[in-house]
Design a protein around this ligand. Structure first.
Ligand code: AMP
Length: 281
């Protein structure tokens, strides 16, 4: 497995692979890889001749007071896991390699004005821009995204559709710890006590999954999920919302495929989680 830091060198390698008519699977990440990323890499390995992983902590998707500097990094550890998942090349550019005083951006409207877009107003513009740049650099056959970041996945799907990007987007189910906590690079911020408290997100999801089947309106579902979370003193709710699975707009009556999503601070760490629901499925 190779590790490449420049766009030029990666393009030269990809040029050869494309000339050999290889299909290319692409997994974009911010690194500090765990089994959640592992599921994406394994899916890409299964579906494609070649697998490209990017490791890039993208500055343009972090707000001013967010954790850009503190975000955990470990390229050596990432290389170990990536290699065991069958990745052919890691693309790990510097911020300077990716951005030189940029004036062009890719943005998405409406889908980014709910859920995480409310507290992180510039986040999805940064994501859409870097993903577009990475798509243009790698030009993969398929690209893999986790359902853990469900709003991001919906936004990428819509962006690819609207801009006629010739790449198949593949969503991969959430990978969880044994106690239900969704795997996340940010889980490393949690103290032992906070790690225990963080299981409250999954507990409220389990309650939500049971209650949504009864057919209650979204507002009642949200109240009962919120009251589970409020039982944990270290937890502070950012949002618990029910949105249309495609448009990401708030719904009250659960009469279509929906996403039930939450962001909760455990101490200073902001964690997200979600589940999808379609009546009768
Ligand atoms: P990140 O490095 O956090 O930007 O994540 C890179 C990709 O891995 C995104 O598509 C995430 O949705 C996905 N991912 C992160 N954690 C998980 C998880 N626990 N289960 C499935 N996918 C995940």
């Amino acid at each position: 497995m190779k590790i490449i830091h420049t766009i030029q060198e990666l393009r030269e390698l990809l040029h050869i692979w494309r000339a050999e008519r290889n299909t290319i699977g692409f997994v974009p990440t911010m690194g500090f890889l765990h089994d959640g990323h592992g599921a994406l890499m394994k899916a890409a390995r299964q579906d494609n001749d070649r697998v490209v992983l990017s490791v890039f902590v993208n500055p343009t998707q972090f707000g001013e007071h967010e954790d850009l500097e503190a975000y955990p990094r470990d390229l050596k550890g990432d290389a170990k896991l990536a290699s065991s998942c069958g990745v052919d090349v890691i693309f790990a550019p510097t911020p300077e390699e990716m951005y030189q005083n940029p004036k062009a951006f890719v943005d998405i409207v409406d889908l980014s004005n709910t859920l995480c877009g409310v507290t992180r107003p510039i986040h999805f513009k940064g994501v859409c821009t870097v993903v577009t740049k990475l798509f243009n650099i790698v030009q993969p056959t398929r690209a893999y995204f986790g359902e853990k970041d469900a709003q991001q996945l919906a936004i990428i799907r819509k962006m690819v559709k609207d801009l006629n990007v010739p790449i198949t987007i593949v969503g991969v189910p959430i990978v969880r710890e044994a106690d239900g906590l969704a795997r996340s690079s940010r889980n490393t911020y949690l103290s032992a006590e906070e790690r225990q408290a963080a299981t409250i997100l999954y507990k409220s999801i389990q309650v939500g999954k049971e209650q949504i089947k009864i057919g209650m309106p979204a507002s009642e579902l949200i109240s009962s999920m919120k009251s589970v979370i409020q039982g944990e003193p270290l937890a502070r709710i950012d949002y618990v919302s029910v949105v249309d699975a495609e448009t990401m707009q708030i719904v009250e009556f659960i009469d279509r495929p929906v996403l039930v999503a939450m962001a909760v601070y455990i101490g200073k760490t902001r964690l997200i989680d979600n589940f999808s629901y379609t009546i009768g499925r």
